[in-house]
Design a protein around this ligand. Sequence first.
Ligand SMILES: Nc1ncnc2c1ncn2[C@@H]1O[C@H](COP(=O)(O)OP(=O)(O)OP(=O)(O)O)[C@@H](O)[C@H]1O
Length: 358
Amino acid sequence: MNKPVMNKPAMNGSAATEPVAGGPAVPAGNEPVVSLDRVHVVHTARSGGLIRRDRVHALTDATVSVGRGEILGVVGESGCGKSTLAKVVVGLQPPSSGTVRFRGDDLWSLPAKARRESFGSAVAMVFQDASTALNPRLPIRRILRDPLDVHGRGTVRQREERVRELLGLVGLPGHVADALPGGLSGGQRQRVAVARALALEPDVIVADEPTSALDVSVRAQVLNLLVDLRARLGLGLVFISHDIQTVRYLADRIAVMYLGRVVEEGPAAEVAGAARHPYTRALFSAAPSLLGGSERIVLTGPVPSATHPPSGCPFRTRCWKATEECAAEFPAAGFPHAVQAGPDSRHSWHCIHPETPA
Ligand SMILES: Nc1ncnc2c1ncn2[C@@H]1O[C@H](COP(=O)(O)OP(=O)(O)OP(=O)(O)O)[C@@H](O)[C@H]1O
C-alpha cells in the first residue's frame, strides 16, 4: 500500500552562522532503526594484470546502530571504511557477511522488491557534492518529485504539494521549484539535496561529508538545517566527516573507524573527551576542545593497505603502545578488553592497552 503524503509544517532554515548541537527530539537509547551486526564488506580488486585478484577488506566486523532522533558521527582517516559503512546503512552495499537490520528485520533476507519498497524509502542519503548529485537538466520540481513518482506516492496534486512542503522544510522559497540546479548557490543546492532525501519521509538520513564541497560561510547553515530537521522530524542521522570538531559538536554518539573496523564507539562526550582507544585519542588530539585537552599526537606513516591489513589490531603498526600481544588477535566483541563502560553509556573500545581517562 502506498504511504500517504503527509502534511508537515513548513519551516524556515536556520540563519545562524555557528553550528549548534540541538537536543534530540527522541531520547537517545531508543530502539535502533538501522543496525549492523558484525558486518563485513570485502571487495575483489584486480591487481598486477588480469590474473591476480586481491581481497580488499573495506569493512570488518562492524557493529553499529542508529535510532530515531539520534546523530551518529563517523570519523576516521581516508580509506578507513566510512563511505562503505554509509552504503551499507542505506542498503546500497550488501554485506559480504553479517546482518543489517531495519526495525529488527533482516534486510538482505527480504525479497528485492520488498527491500526496495520499505528500506528504499526509510533510509536516504545526502551526498557530498550536490552539484554532481542533482541532474543539471531537470528543474528542482522534477528532482524533488522523482522519488515520489518512483514510489507512487499520493496523487499528482499531492506530489506537487509535497514539493512545496519540502522546499519549506529546508528553508527555500517556493519559486526555487522552477529553477535549474545551475541557477542556485552551492548552499541552496545542498538544501535541495536534503529536501530530496526527505521526500519519502525517511527515518534515517546518511550524510557523507555533506558540507565539504561548500564554502565555509554556508557550511554552518547546512549543518544547522540537519540538526534542526533531526529535532523537528525525529530523524536519525549518520553524519560522516573528516571534520572532527564538527562531529564532536553535533553527534550524540561517535563511531571511530580504522582500516575498516569500528575501534571505538560511544557517547560523543566520552569518545571525544575521554577516548579509550589510542587511535581515537590521536584523532581527537588534532582538534582540541575549547575546554582544553591533551597534547597533540602526530601519527606517522600512512594507514596500511586494506588488501593486506596487519594481523591482530590494525592500528598496532602506528601505535605507540603496541606490544607483541597486539599482533595476535583483534580484541573483538566478547574479548575481555572490548569493554562496555555501562548499560546506559554503551561505550565500547577494542584495545588491550586502553587509555586511562583523566
Ligand atoms: N568498489 C571497491 N572496490 C575495491 N576497493 C574498494 C571499493 N570501494 C572501497 N574500496 C576500498 O575500501 C577501503 C575503504 O574505502 P571507503 O571509501 O569506505 O573509505 P573512506 O573512509 O570513506 O575514505 P574517504 O574518507 O577517503 O572517503 C579503501 O581501501 C578503498 O580503497
